[in-house]
Design a protein around this ligand. Structure first.
Ligand SMILES: [Zn+2]
Length: 61
């Protein structure tokens, strides 16, 4: 998954992207048990917060 917008994202957000990417391509044991594993849920929440923060700052890219 290539997402061009995360270039300027802080490290925790980059980690969240990496996590999503990893769990998307190779599901972990928790992915197999649940539809949405905790790691993926956390990563998504983090990215969502980052997007919200960007919107507040008025960043368009
Ligand atoms: Zn997982």
């Amino acid at each position: 998954m290539m997402v061009p917008v995360h270039r300027e994202a802080p490290f925790p957000v980059l980690l969240a992207w990496a996590c999503l990417d990893r769990h998307h391509h190779k599901r972990c044991s928790r992915c197999a048990e649940a539809d949405l594993c905790p790691a993926v849920g956390e990563a998504r929440a983090r990215i969502k917060e980052w997007r919200k923060a960007r919107a507040l700052l008025g960043w368009t890219r």
